[in-house]
Ligand binder design. Structure first.
Ligand code: PXG
Length: 289
């Protein structure tokens, strides 16, 4: 595997960065997870735009333009002959001193890894995911805004630990007001009749790109989409609940807190949206030539 490190494609074993990098020392940086489907980089511009918004939000100046970044992603996919897979794009604050001061960091570091992806087991897409509500609340927006896709994912990691320790793979995270925010690595939707409801990002959700695509495709299929505050009541009483994310795509939730949701397995709306999404992955994307 060839890894992109600051403009150079190097062998995996030579892909190294400094122990003084503030990405390592303080989780000071931003990242993206991007899919490649059928030889095309899926929703690349949206990911690049979000990366630069995340960077701006933490006052990190990326040492290349968005266009150069997009070209570097495509180049890394090409070097690895990636047809279907997953790209991890990381930008750190760079090498600094053993102190918080980010102004000691001279230049951001850019790393691009084009690899395979570990999905949920296929049967879960038919049977439905079991999830639990966890006690670890989503970061307060005025502490670390959940809209920033930063390298500091401890909030999500702690929630994931709670989920795994409860014997399930994902969880519902609530915000400090007790409203539903999102899952540890996915956005969440509720289906009620012909309406899809997802929490607004101010409730503590990442502006997920899969979420955005679902919100665009759903009206074509006759569904109304609303952003609204959700409580656990809304999850427990929903017709269907599903999660969206770059890795998970669209996955139905069968059980939350040991309560069956709807029929206790992915419902017809979730399955229809998942099918439409799969079709969209064949249409959209920047070709890797
Ligand atoms: N919320 C959070 C907190 C996320 O990290 C999503 C929602 C979904 O966003 P997209 O843009 O992917 O639709 C994410 C992103 C992984 C992994 O390897 C997945 C994410 C982040 C980090 C790792 O499974 N999901």
């Amino acid at each position: 595997m060839k890894v992109y490190v600051n403009g150079r494609l190097v062998a995996e074993q030579n892909a190294k960065i400094s122990v003084f990098d503030h990405g390592l020392l303080y989780g000071d940086g931003v990242f993206e997870g991007i899919r490649v489907y059928h030889g095309k980089v899926f929703t690349l511009k949206r990911h690049i735009d979000r990366l630069y918004r995340s960077a701006k939000a933490i006052a990190l100046t990326i040492s290349m333009t968005p266009e150069e970044m997009a070209a570097a992603v495509v180049k890394t996919c090409k070097a690895n002959k990636l047809k279907n897979g997953y790209v991890r794009l990381i930008v750190t604050r760079g090498v600094g001193t053993l102190g918080l001061n980010p102004y000691q960091c001279k230049e951001s570091q850019v790393i691009i890894i084009a690899a395979g992806i570990q999905l949920y087991p296929v049967e879960l897409y038919k049977e439905g995911l079991s999830i639990v509500t966890v006690g670890t609340m989503r970061n307060h927006p005025e502490a670390i805004n959940p809209r920033i896709k930063s390298l500091n994912y401890l909030n999500n990691v702690l929630a994931k630990i709670e989920a795994l320790n409860s014997g399930v793979m994902e969880c519902v995270m609530l915000n400090p007001q007790g409203y539903v925010a999102e899952a540890s690595g996915d956005n969440i939707f509720v289906v009620r009749g012909k309406t899809l409801i997802t929490p607004p990002v101010w409730c503590g959700a990442l502006e997920g790109i899969t979420r955005e695509v679902v919100m665009e495709l759903a009206p074509e299929l006759g569904y109304e989409v609303k952003e609204d505050v959700l409580t656990r009541y809304d999850l427990y009483t929903a017709d269907e609940v599903f999660l969206t994310g770059t890795a998970a795509e669209i996955i139905g939730v069968g059980v939350i807190d040991r309560r069956p949701i709807g029929e206790g397995k992915p419902g017809p709306v979730t399955l229809q949206l998942a099918e439409r999404f799969r079709e969209f992955t064949r249409q959209e994307g920047v070709p890797i030539q």
